[in-house]
Write a protein that binds this ligand. Structure first.
Ligand SMILES: [Zn+2]
Length: 413
């Protein structure tokens, strides 16, 4: 085992040792480490992907924290994640914030993990804004006129921000709580930086749709934690923070937006309680996870059965897209280069010319596949198949589509 990877003997939020194993997806390779096709064979590490459920605070977490240098190699190209869904989502976040919170033009909005500034872009014309991101991509935000600190979110950085800019009226952190090392420390720093009537808005990949639509393929080591509203409530309660509003949003196949403030500052909306009730039977206790595990296994077998029938008739299959989640699906199900000829990415993707992690399935330019055509295309970004199917049809793909999850099936339209 890599010496800088560490196992999780106690819960990362509440320190309880009552962690129960609820799903094991085998040993998964890091999703950002892609070997080039023409290079000599090289070792490829893989790490146990076991989900642990905390019986005390309801958090679901992966049982091994893999060394960051392996997960995010220095040559890994950080790319802006400005898809249409995300852009629309951040515009929605801004309009919702403007209704819920009284923000003046002098108020400061801080975004943690600000990337290329795509969230703050919505606030910057009417308010003071500041981004924090450790990645060089922050320079793109600076060029767009969004002041950005390119550094990690530490106590020192927070003290400097308060000295220079004062406290923040709104702090946002989207898709951050799953990755950040010490989530309790992060919340203490957020509290320190927040003004009295200030509001903290977080967006996290949400456990409820993950369970309901069987999105086990979104489990990989880069995501250390999987939150339900129950586990977020526990986490915020612990720091005297109060969740007063929530919204389910479509980002990353299903996320939850949560509004928090210091206790008693804002009226808690009914939707908080009704969402807690709605998810209770899924996230409290391990019964539903046993059911989830059974369904995951059955979906794997059903997909293999579909693939067997196709290969038995000597027909060809490619996969469309090489997203991180595709690596989990391919490796867990055990799909190799004998089953799938290649994976297609859109022209310009840095993944072209590499192998899919854990396999020697080559990643090629989609246009090449369209010239030769395959009988079937397996959609690895199946959660956006409504977008993908018409796009591929329009580009001239004539084969059938395989949707791998939640219920594996072939579609012909
Ligand atoms: Zn816990």
């Amino acid at each position: 085992m890599d010496k800088n990877s560490k196992s999780v003997p106690q819960c990362q939020v509440c320190s309880s040792e009552k962690l129960e194993s609820v799903l094991f997806l085998g040993y998964l390779p890091p999703v950002n480490k892609l070997h080039s096709i023409n290079k000599k064979p090289a070792e490829q590490p893989s790490f146990p992907a076991e989900l642990l459920y905390c019986q005390n605070c309801f958090l679901v977490q992966i049982g091994l924290i893999v060394n960051k240098e392996i997960l995010f190699p220095s040559n890994y190209p950080y790319t802006s994640s400005t898809t249409k869904i995300l852009r629309d989502n951040f515009a929605d976040l801004y309009s919702e914030c403007s209704k819920l919170v009284n923000i003046s033009s002098n108020d400061l909005i801080v975004d943690i993990g600000s990337n290329d500034g795509n969230l703050l872009n919505n606030f910057k014309n009417n308010h003071r804004v500041l981004g924090i991101t450790p990645e060089k991509i922050g320079n793109i935000a600076i060029k767009k006129g969004i002041p950005t600190i390119i550094d990690y979110f530490t106590n020192e950085v927070v003290s400097k921000i308060i000295d220079k800019n004062g406290k923040a009226k709104i702090i946002t952190a989207t898709n951050v709580f799953a990755h950040i090392d010490d989530v309790n420390l992060a919340i203490e720093l957020i509290l320190k930086m927040l003004s009295d009537k200030g509001v903290f808005v977080s967006e996290s990949h949400y456990l409820l749709p993950l369970i309901k639509s069987l999105q086990y393929d979104t489990i990989y080591h880069e995501h250390m934690r999987y939150y339900s509203l129950h586990s977020l409530k526990y986490l915020f309660d612990k720091h005297e923070f109060e969740i007063f509003n929530i919204k389910e949003i479509p980002s990353h196949g299903g996320s939850i937006r949560v509004y928090c403030a210091k206790k008693g500052e804002y009226k808690v909306r009914d939707v908080v309680k009704s969402q807690l009730n709605k998810e209770a039977s899924f996230v409290v206790g391990t019964e539903s996870f046993k059911n989830f595990e059974k369904k995951v296994v059955k979906s794997k077998l059903k997909l293999l059965n579909i693939l067997y029938k196709i290969k038995n008739e000597d027909q060809s299959i490619c996969a469309i897209g090489a997203p991180s989640r595709g690596s989990t699906l391919i490796n867990y199900v055990g799909i190799d280069n004998g089953i799938i000829d290649f994976v297609c990415e859109i022209k310009g993707s840095h993944k072209i010319g590499k192998f899919l992690p854990g396999t020697i399935i080559p990643i090629i330019d989609e246009d090449k596949m369209l010239k030769s055509q395959t009988d079937y295309a397996l959609l690895l970004s199946w959660h956006i198949s409504d977008e993908l199917v018409p796009r591929l049809r329009q580009k001239g793909f004539k084969g059938k589509f395989i949707i791998p999850l939640p219920d594996p099936k072939i579609i012909e339209y």
